[in-house]
Design a protein around this ligand. Structure first.
Ligand code: NAP
Length: 336
């Protein structure tokens, strides 16, 4: 039997996930959709030729007996309310990042889930499902390069829109590194500092770009992440792990190598949607399979909370220029 899904939010990623769940993945059926713009929700249903019902709002969708599990793909500030409502209804919920826009909001979700007594929440951090990161983690965990001492990472976008702010470099961009590097190292952050190199001339006047985020983990691993969102040349994700006896590097996406015009070259992706397209499929299939097996896994509400706490410290560090402590409370036993 297919898992009957209700989707809240039919913007860019919502429509993409609806298509994925309806056309690509196994054992799922989108039976309900809603959006603050109901015409847009109806259009998404029509475009994909679904037989899904359009609900008046997210709460009506969550309460519907037709809906067995919920995807929250609306804009960030609405996530907390819908995830809490899904937990109250006892329904599994996949929530796009951010889990909530404040660390306290994430904590409210953690507390509700722990009180419920069973995991219901998977957060839409897709990088742990990327084959390259999985291969990199396997090398680290094998001990082949010894203990990780340093990580050199980069998150580069060709350009960003006018509404993008210096803070969004943390909450929308770096947030993926904050999650995946914790997972990669199985370690937590204890401090962070943000430094700003000379500003790129292509960056809009209100935006400080690039920036370098320096993280320290509980075991003493040092991480530098360059966030550069006006690099022009491509969407480029780099991660190099320097261990005691060797170095492991995130593989480049597979591309044809071209010999032409006296050059040896490979293309660089320009759009973030293409870089992790397979990982989005794998993360959602894992959610569907997990719910059907009665065992929701993957990035947890606690991981969403940990990323939010680190992001808050980064925002503070952007403003102060100082080293800021990252204070994560003791992880509840519930989260393993
Ligand atoms: P988007 O295109 O703006 O779509 C968000 C949709 O939610 C819009 O249609 C919006 O309607 C609707 N909405 C807002 N409040 C709502 C509410 N209370 N109830 C129902 N619908 C509501 O944004 P997006 O790019 O799809 O992003 C959505 C979420 O996914 C964000 O949290 C984003 O960070 C996340 N995301 C994650 C990834 C990833 O790599 N994992 C990638 C992209 C996006 P209006 O437009 O009318 O306000």
């Amino acid at each position: 039997m297919s898992l009957k899904l209700g989707v809240i939010g039919t913007g860019a990623i919502g429509r993409d996930h609806i298509r994925r769940c309806s056309q690509t993945l196994l054992n799922s059926q989108v039976v309900a959709v809603t959006d603050i713009n109901l015409e847009q929700a109806a259009q998404a249903v029509a475009d994909l030729q679904l037989s899904a019902e359009v609900y008046a709002d997210g709460h009506a969708l969550i309460q519907s007996a037709q809906v067995e599990a919920v995807l929250v793909t609306s804009w960030g500030p609405s996530h907390e309310e819908f995830v809490l409502a899904a937990i109250a209804a006892g329904k599994p919920v996949f929530c796009e990042k951010p889990l909530a826009v404040t660390a306290q909001g994430c904590r409210n979700i953690v507390e509700a889930e722990v009180a419920h007594g069973k995991r219901l929440v998977q957060v839409g951090f897709m990088r742990p499902y990327d084959q390259g990161y999985q291969d990199l983690k396997a090398v680290i965990d094998s001990g082949q390069i010894g203990e990780p001492l340093m990580l050199h990472c980069a998150h580069r976008n060709p350009t960003v829109g006018e509404n993008y702010t210096t803070g969004m470099a943390i909450t929308d961009t770096l947030i993926h590194e904050l999650d995946v590097l914790r997972w990669l190292l199985a370690d937590d952050y204890v401090s962070v500092q943000v430094v700003f190199p000379r500003k790129a001339s292509k960056a809009l006047s209100h935006l400080r770009d690039p920036q370098i985020v320096l993280l320290e983990t509980a075991r003493g691993t040092r991480i530098d992440v360059e966030v550069f969102v006006n690099c022009q040349y491509g969407y480029d994700i780099q991660c190099e792990v320097v261990g005691e006896t060797g170095i492991a590097k995130l593989p480049e996406p597979s591309q044809v190598q071209l010999r032409s015009g006296a050059k040896l070259s490979t293309a660089i992706l320009m759009d973030w949607k293409d870089r992790f397209i397979a990982a989005y499929d794998v993360e959602l299939q894992a959610f569907i399979d997990g719910v059907r097996a009665g065992q929701v896994g993957g990035p947890s509400a606690w991981d969403g909370f940990a990323a939010a706490v680190a992001a808050d410290a980064c925002i503070e560090a952007q403003g102060s220029g100082q080293i800021v402590a990252v204070s994560l409370p003791q992880r509840p036993a519930f989260y393993g």
